[in-house]
Write a protein that binds this ligand. Structure first.
Ligand code: OGA
Ligand code: NI
Length: 332
């Protein structure tokens, strides 16, 4: 376990900032590409989601986590990874963590009605929702945010396509982001982390999917490690910028791009203040075959990873990091 010194942990990272309203497309693509080759973390501003609406989403998130635990357990996560995840449910870095993450969460995916032919696919299906009498307008707010974040994700994916020398609409096709897996997660962190004791708000990990759009409140906590093999590892804080998303690429895009674009290790340290964040995880369609993109291979750069179906890859990754549901003795 690592030594927690001020010097190594207070370093602040400076990331490129992509302005979605910038008319100079070439500039945006160059800046994005540089960020993706370097660490895969960047800010996105002027995304069109209003600040008052964001405040509303965070307020509703707080309202949920403030409910008594019995009420929250009524919407405990199901086998489709929807719903409430209690404190310590997830363990992202078992090698360095004493026990699970000091956070609770709530997963919301794409709403697939009971009579939809695709409802049986993993990561699809109806969402559980808290009782509307207990949290009025909660579902509407979250569904609107889900839609908005997906719109922004698609705009970023178009820039990513250009940065990868692909057609601008490459990721828009049905088997990719036309019918994606996209899951938002409300998170609530509490407590003080102590890396020397293996206690983390969120253990070190890289995200599994294509990309993640992270909205946070103003509380510091997120750190990245650009070189996971360095000894000792160097962690830098990523400060929140009001109104900006912190966007990071996931392992699936690293694979897809043959390792050119980076998915970087990150974690969250708690400083005793409560902290709320909302990651939005973007993955292509279940059936999408994630195999080396045509522009990322050449005679000297043969594909490094075997092709894998998106849903198979994700299922495996979730299984590795979440507790078995049976431990909750769920009553049906
Ligand atoms: C995650 C994550 C960071 C944060 O949920 O994958 O990295 O600030 N979250 O909550
Ligand atoms: Ni993450």
């Amino acid at each position: 376990m690592e030594n927690h010194t001020m010097d190594s942990t207070m370093k602040v990272s400076s990331l490129n900032c992509i302005d979605l309203t910038n008319d100079d497309l070439h500039h945006s693509v160059v800046s994005l590409k540089q960020a993706c080759l370097d660490c895969g973390f960047f800010y996105v501003i002027n995304h069109g989601i209003k600040e008052e609406f964001m405040d509303d989403v965070f307020e509703q998130s707080k309202n949920f986590f403030a409910l008594p635990v019995e009420e929250k357990m009524k919407v405990l996560r199901n086998e489709k990874h929807r719903g409430y995840t209690p404190v310590l449910d997830e363990i992202l870095d078992p090698e360095n963590q004493l026990h699970g993450d000091h956070k609770e969460g709530y997963y919301i995916g794409i709403e697939v009605p009971k009579d939809d032919p695709h409802r049986d696919m993993p990561f699809y299906g109806p969402n559980p929702w808290p009782d509307a009498d207990v949290l009025p307008k909660w579902r509407e707010t979250m569904e609107e945010y889900h839609q908005e974040a997906l719109r922004v994700s698609k705009a970023i994916a178009r820039l990513l396509a250009l940065a990868l020398d692909l057609d601008v609409d490459y990721f828009d096709r049905t088997e990719m982001l036309g019918k994606p897996i996209a899951t938002m997660r409300l998170l609530h962190y509490q407590g003080i982390s102590d890396p020397s004791k293996g206690i983390y708000a969120c253990g070190a990990h890289s995200d599994y999917g294509m990309m993640t759009l992270l909205a946070t409140d103003g509380v510091m906590g997120l750190q990245i490690c650009k070189d996971k093999n360095a000894k000792p590892q160097k962690w830098e804080y990523v400060p929140p910028i009001k109104g900006a998303f912190i966007v990071n690429l996931g392992d699936m895009l690293e694979r897809w791009s043959n390792g050119f674009f980076k998915s970087t290790l990150h974690r969250v340290l708690g400083n005793g203040q409560e902290r709320y964040s909302i990651p939005f995880f973007v993955e292509p369609n279940h059936d999408c075959l994630v195999e080396c993109l045509p522009t990322c291979t050449s005679e000297s750069d043969l594909p490094k990873y075997p092709p894998i179906k998106c849903s198979a890859y994700l299922t495996q990754r979730y299984k590795e990091t979440h507790a078995e549901l049976s431990i909750y003795n769920q009553q049906t």
